[in-house]
Design a protein around this ligand. Structure first.
Ligand SMILES: *Cc1c(COP(=O)(O)O)cnc(C)c1O
Length: 426
């Protein structure tokens, strides 16, 4: 065996998986079972007391899901991961370990529309208060820090306009404030950006998008970078204080650099319950095997489509960080040199009506609310994903009334351009 470390494409196919020890099955089996037999009473007690690792019940862990967790942790460069039922479930489970009622977290204003909703409404009912900051103005994060701040949340490539966030600058603010930086890496995937390399302490994903990649399965994942010290100042009692239900153990003290992933599993997933089905884990694992191939094609197609749109007379502007003229191009070259992702927006000279008409005339693009599918997708955010925002907030989050969002698939780029050309007309 050589001692070289496996590359990204090798990890995408192999990390976490071995031939099944009982049957020799080479693809990871779907362990479609709710529960697992204990060896004896002592074994059962040690599993329940967190003195031994092993399978108990699929709400807390499952062998198919475990392969997915190891694979994504390897691709992101983290110490451990926890798979859950959706991207939104990942966000709830992460923040439940960090915030007590009355606490605050700072979030970038440019976010997936569903996350803006979740943070504004559902989290408020838990007593978790979001404070918005502008990812284009790093000082706005600094100004938002208070003694009750427990975390900072950003997207690496931000919805809907595909803008690139300066992760390192915001991680410096987080470090100074003594709080973890959480990065939603859904639109980049670890193939384009590995936030942990730039100072992230926790990475979350909607596996539903590019990682699964085929628009057929919901899932989410939490990756622990193993970088944050949870014991300081009693700020994170879930991790630093004795847990009564586990014989008084302290998670940080017992599990060290993967304590956060353990907390998410044995406190978050155990009690909140958003477990990922092993079948979905299997579908997503199969998707991840081709992530490097798909992601490169997504990006190359997106760049070609963005260039076409930028030169079209009906188009007012294109927001794609991969274009040399884009205001995020410098950040794209630094953080995502292989490509600036495949989700971006453009605006039409004909405004709202032209946007609605374009969406109705497209044939190859599917009009729906998703991104990161093999198929190319189109949506008008102002009337759908971002419709809950008022007009000023829509514009601030990059979803003004004249804006159309594309998620470019892996079809032939000539066909995508031809479809846009016929729909734009002249
Ligand atoms: C889709 C998405 C989510 C939510 O994920 P679900 O799997 O739909 O719950 C969160 N963040 C981003 C960037 C997304 O695109």
């Amino acid at each position: 065996m050589s001692d070289r470390l496996p590359g990204f494409s090798t990890l995408a196919v192999h990390a976490g998986a071995q031939p099944d020890p009982t049957t020799g099955a080479r693809a990871t089996p779907i362990y479609q079972t709710t529960s697992f037999v204990f060896n004896d009473a002592d074994h059962a007690a040690s599993l329940f007391g967190l003195q031994a690792f092993g399978n108990i019940y699929t709400r807390i862990g499952n062998p198919t899901n475990a392969v997915l967790e190891e694979r994504v942790a390897a691709l992101e460069g983290g110490t451990a991961a926890l798979a859950v039922a959706s991207g939104h479930a990942a966000q709830v489970v992460v923040l439940q370990q960090l915030l007590q009622p009355g606490d605050e977290f700072i979030a970038a204003r440019k976010l997936y529309g569903g996350s803006i909703n979740q943070f504004t409404h559902a989290f408020k009912s838990f007593g978790w208060n979001v404070v918005w900051a502008d990812p284009d103005d790093i000082a706005s994060f600094e100004r938002a820090v208070t003694p009750r701040t427990k975390a900072i949340f950003i997207e690496s490539i931000a919805n809907p306009a595909g803008s690139i966030t300066d992760i390192e600058a915001i991680s410096t603010v987080a470090r100074k404030a003594g709080v973890p930086l959480i990065v939603d890496n859904t639109l980049a995937s670890p193939y384009l950006i590995r936030p942990i390399d730039h100072g992230a302490d926790i990475v979350v994903h909607s596996l539903t998008k590019f990682l699964g990649g085929h628009g057929n399965s919901l899932g989410g994942i939490i990756v622990d970078a193993g970088t944050f010290d949870w014991s300081t100042g009693g700020k994170y009692p879930m991790l630093s204080e004795p847990r009564p239900e586990y014989h008084g153990i302290r998670l940080q003290e017992t599990f060290g650099n993967f304590a956060f992933a353990i907390a998410c599993r044995v406190l978050g997933l155990r009690d909140l319950g958003p477990a990922l089905s092993p079948f979905n884990a299997f579908m997503i694992l199969t998707g991840i095997e081709t992530l490097p191939l798909r992601m490169q094609k997504h990006c190359d197609n997106a760049k070609a489509v963005a260039e076409f749109l930028a030169g079209h007379p009906a188009v007012a502007s294109v927001s794609y960080a991969g274009l040399a003229s884009d205001k995020y191009n410098q950040l794209a070259r630094k953080y995502a040199p292989k490509g600036a992702g495949a989700v971006f927006t453009f605006s039409l000279k004909g405004g709202y009506d032209a946007g609605v008409s374009l969406v109705s005339k497209l044939q190859l693009f599917s009009h729906l609310a998703n991104v990161g599918d093999t198929r190319s997708l189109v949506i008008h955010p102002a009337s759908t994903t971002h419709s809950q925002l008022d007009d000023a907030a829509k514009v601030k989050s990059g979803a003004g009334p004249d804006v159309v969002r594309l998620s470019i698939g892996i079809e032939d780029k000539e066909d995508l351009i031809a479809d846009l050309e016929q729909a734009l007309g002249t």
